[in-house]
Write a protein that binds this ligand. Sequence first.
Ligand SMILES: [Zn+2]
Length: 123
Amino acid sequence: MLRLQDLRNIHAVFNTEVFGGELSAVAIGMKRSNSSYGAYIYGSNVTNQRINISRAIITNGDMGEILGTLAHEMCHQAQFELDDLTFKEADKEMQDHGDTFQAYLTDFKERFKKHPFINEIYA
Ligand SMILES: [Zn+2]
């Protein structure tokens, strides 16, 4: 089973490979609710940002689901950190999974197209 520390390390690799190291090293935790696979939680600065992955996915999901969920939430992180959006704009953009989200997702897919996990990234 993957540990949270493994996910932090993978976050760092994805950050370097896809985002040129521009994303912050946010906290990664587990969430009990299974209402969604993951969540990107953001606040006014990096100390209150985090990515939560559902316990069920970490415990029972295959590697593709876990890494795909992390990749998805990192695209939200990029929307918030790199796109210079207001909170209100960010809320709307993140809910919509619109153009800015899709652009980051495309970067991910392009970079990791030879890796099987990429098929698991949901949009
Ligand atoms: Zn999403």
